[in-house]
Design a protein. Structure first.
Lengths: 303, 284
């Protein structure tokens, strides 16, 4: 009897220690994640300005009306969308292609992965800066393209034309993250048992056929993960666009949503409207995460 | 038939390897450009055709990079800031995440699952969404232009809690119980047994957190508006946007900013790649 009592006392004591270890986390995430999140949503209904001494006024959905009715917001949505698609397609296809090719290689696998990965080591700002110089009218990009296309002396206006500056930001991103996602795919392909591939080979399936009917379907968990990661990463892009615009590139074509939030808050000092855009961005991310969870749950049910 | 496929495989493999080699070369070109140009006078960088090996060497670019266009040597101070901020965050992230991860992995208490889910839920909150409320908190606390202001929102993160918990779940319970019977206090068990033995996971997490902060532009842009409190990415933007900025010096700035991460990459690549494969979400 006495023993049992002390055992439950011990357990209670242990539970208390559990709370002690978890407490810093609870405190931290409450102050630096949950509170600001709720605050952003809350503020989106107020007429709040930075540096203003007046108490913010509740204005209902007016901020939403203003933002959703402004051309600038839709331009940002377009810029973010175009950038996301423009990065997603080449980045996904190329990293999958190179992962498939690298796993076939007999020698130099590690070297190839390290070489492709090397730009990912750089800071985003450094990556953007290198390209800023290469994309200069007198820079390497014009020389290389003109050499390949045999069109000497043409300036492709990488940083000044509205279309090209968008392409340029995409190039920077694809270049920087190609190796990172290639490695994720290489890891994914490595998990597919060799026996499946060998069986298909004995049945007479060529390399291309094997890739499409064996590797790709079995790689589904990785493809889902990579897709969502690229999408989330792209929607949050900031550094490249910021550096380019600060160095004189036109703002409108690459005024992505994060850049717009930053400018609305820090330049226009309109916290209320910035919060509206923050909330919309959050909802998008939430939807994406939800899709990812559903798809990966479906995978589990299947297997 | 089977032989035909073997030949097909071999030809395809060779072509594939050639394609991979070409891609690697293209990907590495900008890095070579960065390093080469950092030793060139600006005129040579924009020369047509570009010469990969500097004709005239100009190591003075590095002096210019560090001294800045105004000769205030602000880059040195900003590098120091980046080192202080990134290192502190790497340490606090590892310590706090392993504490919380340990609490979630090895103690039973009511509401444990709810706590775990709540912390994991914060991974869905993009930093860009909360940055303005965070900025207002920092302003209210009077911590603009201070290390505390730069560091506080990144003391730990949900992803860190996640990997430390996954790692510590496998820690043998018998060892913990034995230590308890020997009369060790819980904090001591954590410090001397659990934390000491979380090496690989802790190293991966430390490197990840360090790099994220080394790369962080958005937050320092908000809270550190004074020159002396800026970090490297903000300095780079400022240096580049200035009139008459020298292209060679820009590349020298870039090389200096990249050196520490490349050193980390080459010495600890095991944790680097391990981290990138595990890394799924987190604050930017």
């Amino acid at each position: 009897m006495k023993r049992r009592e002390s055992a439950s006392g011990l357990e209670r004591n242990r539970a208390r220690w559990g709370w002690v270890f978890v407490a810093p986390g609870l405190l931290f995430f409450s102050v630096f994640s949950f509170y600001p999140m709720l605050n952003a949503i809350w503020t989106s209904f107020f007429n709040k300005r930075l540096l203003s001494l007046k108490a913010p006024k509740f204005i209902g959905l007016q901020n939403y009306q203003r933002v959703l009715g402004s051309e600038e917001f839709w331009n940002s949505a377009r810029a973010t969308g175009v950038f996301t698609v423009g990065v997603f397609v080449p980045l996904f296809c190329l990293s999958l292609l190179f992962a498939a090719l690298i796993t076939q290689m007999r020698r130099g696998k590690r070297l190839a992965q390290a070489a492709l990965y090397s730009p990912a080591v750089l800071s985003s700002v450094v990556a953007a800066l290198i390209w800023l110089l290469m994309l200069d009218p007198r820079g390497l990009a014009n020389q290389a393209v003109n050499w390949i296309a045999m069109t000497p002396g043409i300036d492709h206006q990488w940083l000044s034309s509205a279309t090209m500056v968008q392409v340029s930001t995409m190039v920077v991103y694809v270049w920087k993250y190609l190796g990172y996602f290639t490695i994720l795919f290489v890891t994914g392909i490595g998990k597919i048992p060799d026996s499946v591939n060998e069986a298909a080979m004995i049945d007479g399936a060529g390399p291309v056929r094997r890739f499409f009917s064996i590797t790709l379907p079995l790689l589904r968990p990785t493809t889902v993960l990579v897709s969502v990661m690229i999408l989330i990463q792209c929607m949050k892009t900031f550094s490249t666009q910021y550096l380019f615009t600060q160095s004189g590139a036109p703002l409108a074509p690459i005024n992505v949503i994060t850049l717009n939030i930053y400018n609305t808050a820090m330049r226009d000092l309109n916290i209320g409207r910035a919060s509206v855009m923050s909330t919309i961005l959050f909802l998008f991310m939430l939807a994406l995460t939800w899709v990812q969870l559903r798809v990966s749950k479906g995978d589990e049910a299947e297997s | 038939m089977r032989r035909g496929i073997k030949i097909l495989d071999r030809v395809g493999g060779a072509a594939g390897a050639a394609l991979v080699a070409a891609a690697c070369a293209v990907v590495v070109v900008p890095l070579v450009f960065m390093i080469g140009s950092s030793f060139m006078p600006a005129m040579d960088i924009m020369q047509m055709p570009y010469r990969w090996i500097p004709e005239t060497w100009k190591p003075a670019n590095y002096l210019r990079a560090l001294a800045g266009n105004d000769g205030q040597w602000m880059y040195l101070r900003n590098i120091l800031n980046s080192v202080i901020v990134s290192t502190t965050i790497a340490i606090t992230t590892v310590v706090l995440s392993s504490m919380v991860g340990y609490g979630l992995a090895k103690f039973r208490f009511r509401g444990r699952n709810a706590v775990f889910m709540a912390i994991m839920g914060t991974m869905m909150i993009p930093f860009e969404t909360v940055m303005i409320p965070l900025y207002l908190i920092i302003v209210k606390a009077g911590l603009q232009n201070s290390y505390a202001g730069l560091i506080l929102p990144f003391l730990m993160n949900a992803f860190g809690v996640f990997i430390m918990r996954q790692y510590l779940v496998t820690f043998p319970d018998e060892m913990l119980d034995a230590a308890r019977i020997d009369g060790c206090s819980e904090p001591r068990i954590f410090r001397d047994m659990v934390f000491r033995n979380s090496g690989p996971a802790a190293a991966t997490l430390a490197i990840l957190s360090f790099r994220q902060q080394w790369d962080n532009l958005l937050w320092p842009l908000l809270v550190a508006q004074e020159e002396r409190m800026k970090t490297i990415p903000a300095y780079i933007v400022k240096f580049t946007a200035e009139k008459h900025a020298d292209e060679g010096a820009m590349m020298a700035v870039a090389v200096i900013a990249s050196l520490p991460v490349f050193v980390l990459f080459f010495t600890l690549s095991k944790y680097f790649l391990g981290g990138s494969a595990v890394y799924q979400a987190g604050k930017e």
